[in-house]
Write a protein that binds this ligand. Structure first.
Ligand code: BTN
Length: 308
């Protein structure tokens, strides 16, 4: 009903009377008023005048009904601890492929390598539950497919030069705009689900603790619609996943990569490696050429680009 009321108000540039809404939607005027009150509470700016109601301004709400065609697979929460936790529960209970959990804020947003992910209002925080029918041995390619798609979607929608940094960060002008975290469960050889969580600085200001981070608002000098962004990305990524063979994903990813042919330092929980990043192998491991000329394969870690 809320979606129908919003549709009706969106159609009209002027005022829609309570009586019109009530007769067109087949509900009482008290019921119309209650829905309007609820819509206001959850972020829609609806003005009421003696003649009726009017929807004002652009709203950037991410409720499931804002995503026609995806409605039943979008789960929106104003605040959660982490969308990863909610998505894991849903995945274990058997939710369908391409279920998406979105949060307005996260109280305990998780980053890679046990870090926190600051998740204040205005950013995009979501986790997709994916069920590709692939062996777990190649599951990391799904992450590369997602980061590649996100860089492309950002470039397409905003005309920016978003690039990927190994493994799956997105940078603009060398500063991080997005990070990705993934969790996988398998049944024998095959993937049961891969949950990919994406944090994207959109209209939020990265904190002082993240000096090397930026946001779309900072880059474009204006606020942008999170809804348009996530819809564009989900459409692009779902289309890609339908035809994805995972054969060329790494070579395509490399075309958007900032990490290759430069000196990097990769810090893992076990060691630190420094060298020239010469390649990324078919499953996403970074190949470093060390000082002594040896090659080393790094499968995870924090990658720092050295000054060129
Ligand atoms: C990184 O360290 O770069 C990865 C950050 C991933 C953050 C996203 S926000 C949505 C999802 N929920 C989380 O708790 N983390 C991921």
């Amino acid at each position: 009903m809320k979606r129908r009321i919003l549709n009706r108000l969106e159609e009209e540039t002027g005022i829609v009377s309570g009586e019109t809404l009530s007769s067109e939607l087949g509900i009482s005027r008290v019921s119309v008023w209650k829905h309007i009150r609820k819509l206001r509470e959850i972020g829609y700016h609806i003005v009421s005048t003696p003649k009726g109601y009017r929807l004002v301004g652009d709203h950037d709400t991410l409720y499931s009904w804002e995503f026609p065609g995806r409605e039943s697979k979008i789960h929106y929460f104003t605040e959660v601890t982490s969308t990863m936790d909610v998505a894991r529960d849903l995945a274990r209970k058997g939710c369908p492929d391409f279920t998406v959990v979105i949060a307005g804020r996260q109280a305990k947003g998780r980053g890679r390598l046990n870090r926190n992910w600051f998740s204040s209002e205005g950013g995009l925080y979501f986790t997709m539950v994916l069920r590709p029918q692939i062996p777990q041995a190649i599951s990391s390619r799904v992450n590369f497919s997602a980061s590649l798609t996100l860089a492309r979607t950002l470039n397409r929608l905003f005309g920016i030069d978003a690039r990927v940094k190994w493994p799956n960060d997105i940078l603009v002008d060398g500063r991080k705009i997005s990070g990705m975290l993934s969790e996988m469960e398998a049944e024998g050889e095959m993937v049961r689900f891969i949950n990919i969580g994406i944090g994207l600085n959109v209209n939020n200001n990265p904190t002082e603790k993240e000096p090397n981070a930026t946001s779309l608002k900072e880059i474009l000098k204006k606020e942008v619609s999170r809804k348009q962004l996530i819809s564009g990305f989900l459409d692009d990524f779902e289309k890609r996943m339908k035809r994805e063979t995972f054969e060329n994903v790494i070579s395509e990813w490399k075309k958007y990569a900032m990490t290759l042919n430069r000196r990097v330092r990769v810090v893992t929980t076990r060691d630190v490696s420094e060298g020239l990043a010469v390649d990324v192998d078919e499953n996403g491991a970074l190949i470093l050429e060390l000082e002594n000329g040896e090659r080393k394969k790094v499968t995870y870690g924090d990658c720092f680009h050295q000054q060129m």
